[in-house]
Design a binder for this molecule. Structure first.
Ligand SMILES: O=C(O)CC[C@@H](O)C(=O)O
Ligand SMILES: [Zn+2]
Length: 471
């Protein structure tokens, strides 16, 4: 007997079905939309999605996932698309699920100090909402004006306050997710104490949308900090930064401890819209922040600064005296990433435990100096957490492909060093597609096998953000 072939629907016909699942006009296929929504801030991959769909309700997200299963079409979640690892890139005919219309704050629970957010709520929107309630949402980074809560959860976003407040994970009280089978799961129900077996909520945080999509998140808020005050300190060399961190941590509760090199600073100052901290040229700078809640705290900070100068660890420094000065000092650090994006940088986002940072940075720096003698190398990052951002800038006369190919060769040595120090090849930017092939430098074969098995449970047909984290 002849087996009859089921006629395959064309992509155009599949998209017509997709259109019936959402409100009119909420599926886009024009070239500009495909290009804009098919990529994040990475520049490695050309976007090539089939369509962009904008659900407005949880039920619509479920219907889209069921449709994708039926037609075996990959779905890529899209928030603010500020990611730096190509986790929100649709380069292979996927459908992008954009959460722009699920952007409401649904509830505030005063006693629990929690806010129920749709995934498309912008980070800044949550921060301002918290401020309005006299509270604080502490996860912060330069892209907070565009990044969305769903994306922050998908990447377990870190940023500039991790030393005090931790990563996004710490602030997720509960999650509603639609899994790769279209099932809606309510995870942890916003409880503080819940000892009932596996905490599935944690699996979805940092999963880059490979297990399911966050459709609602309850985020915790914190007491608002008092009189945040920043210092920028210039150091004579890299090795002096860690004793400075140590000295300040012994005396104060820091809310941030960042660093950047003179090259990073020069790029930001060349913009002309940020005043320099001071005149003395130094090879490295530390930016630290604390709550100057009382006079004594500010005095303690100044005494620690003097101690660091006496020890020869610090050459010069300033302390903010107003909100405006605080903002200006932060701009020196926060503007780096956006400013250097002009040079199509090759990015590394690596980490080790704090105690290993000096030896690790020297090893990496030696590799970089030997192998990129002609490239401009920009160091900065969240050094108080052991997280270093290493950006290699593309020379004008080199094509993007040639440049990335050269960097990929050096990657091997960089990541072998990361592995030697038991570090991470992606501290906070995620794996996405850019770090996928290097995952084994940070995760064992057995761990990767477990991760794949977990994916198979939640996404048996492999339609949720395919090709991200691993193949
Ligand atoms: O662009 C980078 O490499 C880092 C971006 C971001 O994580 C930051 O810390 O500014
Ligand atoms: Zn960072």
């Amino acid at each position: 007997m002849n087996r009859l072939r089921v006629p395959q629907m064309t992509h155009a016909a599949q998209i017509e079905v997709l259109k019936t699942l959402v409100e009119p006009g909420k599926v886009l296929t024009d070239a500009d939309s495909l290009n804009a929504y098919g990529k994040d801030w990475t520049k490695h991959f050309a976007p090539a999605p089939l369509a962009i769909v904008f659900p407005k309700t949880v039920e619509q997200v479920q219907a889209i996932v069921r449709w994708a299963n039926e037609h075996r079409i990959g779905l890529v979640p899209s928030g603010g698309r500020t990611g730096l690892s190509a986790a929100a890139v649709a380069a292979n005919g996927e459908v992008v699920v954009a959460f722009d219309y699920m952007n409401q704050i649904l509830a505030f629970n005063e006693y629990d100090r929690t806010v129920v957010c749709q995934p498309g709520v912008v980070t800044k929107q949550l921060q301002l909402f918290a401020e309005d309630k006299g509270l604080y949402y502490p996860v912060d980074f330069a892209s907070s004006g565009s990044s969305q809560i769903g994306g922050n959860i998908g990447t377990n976003a870190g940023g500039i306050k991790v030393i005090r407040y931790g990563m996004t994970r710490n602030w997720v009280a509960g999650l509603k997710v639609v899994t790769g089978t279209g099932e809606l799961l309510e995870l942890n129900r916003d409880l503080i104490k819940n000892a009932t077996g596996y905490d599935l909520r944690q699996l979805f945080i940092g999963a880059e949308g490979t297990l399911g999509f966050v459709v609602e998140a309850t985020m915790r808020l914190e007491r608002a900090p008092k009189n945040l005050t920043a210092m920028v300190l210039g150091t004579p060399d890299f090795d002096s930064i860690m004793p400075v961190l140590h000295a300040f941590q012994n005396k104060l509760d820091l809310t941030a401890f960042e660093f950047f090199s003179d090259k990073a600073l020069a790029k930001v100052l060349a913009r002309g819209d940020v005043p320099p901290a001071f005149e003395t040229d130094c090879p490295f700078y530390a930016l630290l922040e604390f709550e100057a809640a009382t006079e004594e705290v500010a005095e303690q900070a100044l005494a620690t600064f003097e101690h660091c100068v006496e020890q020869g660890w610090v050459l010069d420094g300033v302390m903010s005296q107003s909100e405006q000065q605080l903002q200006n000092l932060w701009k020196l650090r926060e503007y780096i990433s956006e400013t250097i994006s002009h040079w199509t940088p090759y990015k590394n986002d690596i980490s080790v435990t704090v105690g290993k940072v000096p030896a690790f940075l020297h090893d990496i720096d030696a590799i970089v100096e030997k192998n990129y003698p002609d490239f401009e190398v920009i160091w900065f990052g969240h050094i108080g957490d052991g997280n270093l951002h290493l950006n290699i800038l593309k020379p004008e006369d080199l094509s993007k492909d040639e440049f990335f190919a050269k960097c990929a060769v050096v990657n091997k040595w960089v990541f072998e060093t990361v592995q030697k120090y038991n570090g991470s090849i992606s501290a906070e930017h995620g794996v996405g597609m850019t770090k996928r092939d290097y995952l084994h430098y940070s995760r064992s074969e057995a761990e990767i096998a477990c991760m794949k098995a977990i994916k198979a449970v939640f996404d048996p047909n492999g339609i949720m953000n395919p090709g991200k984290i691993f193949n």
